[in-house]
Design a protein around this ligand. Structure first.
Ligand SMILES: [Zn+2]
Length: 323
């Protein structure tokens, strides 16, 4: 995508074929190339061919030129590319070796992320870097990204395989883009009437509709779609918090059985646990709750007194389990 803007030290602008000579200073530098997937360039013509082959208008790819304000020189390129399968924007960059260590990459990518967010959602940023590449680790940490899992990648020519780290940051969304982030924002402001208790990884709330009396949700603090998008520690704690919430629901409402569902449909796809207390005969046929089409009818909205009573019962049990 063609984009132009300035940061404190940098001018960001689209790359053009005429940048070949300047770009060759990093594309042809073995130091810069070490951890890149593309092979080392040995001729300026090949860099020009690459620049000519790019689609500068690809709306899912912000891959721009980085110009140093103080000298007017093009010193690198990079940006963010949308990966729908991970619901994330992957960061990537190359910077001329003599310009390393000034924080320019972080300065650029932070500003770029804010720019993209003005025109479309950025629900997460992620990136993969070679485990031994400590400079890239620092860039990702500065962007607020955290380690999620180990992985590996190959150079395009197959000459090397690198053990690598997958880093990610999930970003909270405005209420109009994510219903769950909107509900969490209301909890923070003290204006969510369904809020019961904050746990380490999420917020326990009563369901809006109480056809299944005691219906409870646990909203994940991370705006994430899948468990695989959480750090291992957070994921374990989130599963534990779900189990604790379910136990409190069980103790408070004494159902015949609980149903546990991790859903994330609708706007934002922000995962949240549904805990349904089930009782004999509560559905027309044995099976999941969703066959009860009227469960979200307004007549199952609890009165203010009933809501307080349900919340108090659940809060008492949660406080006992998580003092
Ligand atoms: Zn969200």
């Amino acid at each position: 995508m063609r984009i132009n803007f300035e940061t404190e030290h940098l001018i960001i602008r689209p790359l053009v074929p005429e940048d070949a000579e300047a770009a060759f200073r990093w594309c042809g530098d073995p130091n810069v190339n070490t951890y890149m997937i593309y092979p080392l360039y040995t001729r300026v013509e090949d860099v020009r061919a690459w620049l000519e082959s790019r689609d500068p208008d690809d709306p899912d790819n912000y891959d721009e030129g980085i110009v140093l304000k103080s000298t007017g020189e093009l010193i690198g390129s990079g940006g963010m590319c949308w990966h729908p399968e991970r619901n994330a924007w992957e960061i990537g960059y190359n910077l001329r070796a003599d310009q390393w260590g000034h924080g320019y990459t972080g300065e650029y990518l932070t500003a770029l992320m804010e720019r993209i967010r003005k025109v479309r959602p950025v629900e997460a940023i992620d990136g993969v870097f070679a485990a031994e590449n400590h400079k890239s680790r620092r860039v990702m940490e500065k962007l607020g990204m955290v380690w999620v899992r180990d992985t590996q990648y190959d150079k395009l020519d197959g000459s090397r395989t690198y053990p690598a780290k997958y880093f990610r940051r999930n970003l909270s969304q405005p209420a109009d883009l994510c219903l769950i982030c909107g509900r969490i924002e209301k909890i923070m402001q003290g204006t969510n009437p369904y809020f019961v208790k904050e746990l380490e990884t999420g917020y326990v709330v009563l369901g809006d509709h109480q056809y299944f009396e005691g219906y409870t949700l646990l909203l994940c603090k991370e705006h994430a779609t899948e468990l695989s998008q959480l750090t291992p520690d957070f994921r374990s704690a989130f599963l534990r918090d779900m189990a604790v919430t379910a136990e409190a629901v069980e103790n408070a409402f004494r159902p015949d059985k609980l149903n546990y569902e991790l859903l994330g449909t609708g706007t934002g796809r922000h995962m949240h646990w549904h805990i349904f207390p089930r009782r004999s005969g509560d559905t027309p046929a044995p099976g999941p709750v969703w066959q009860v089409r009227e469960m979200n009818d307004d007549r199952y909205l609890p009165s203010a007194e009933k809501l307080e009573e349900l919340k108090a019962s659940l809060k008492k049990e949660l406080d006992r389990l998580v003092p």
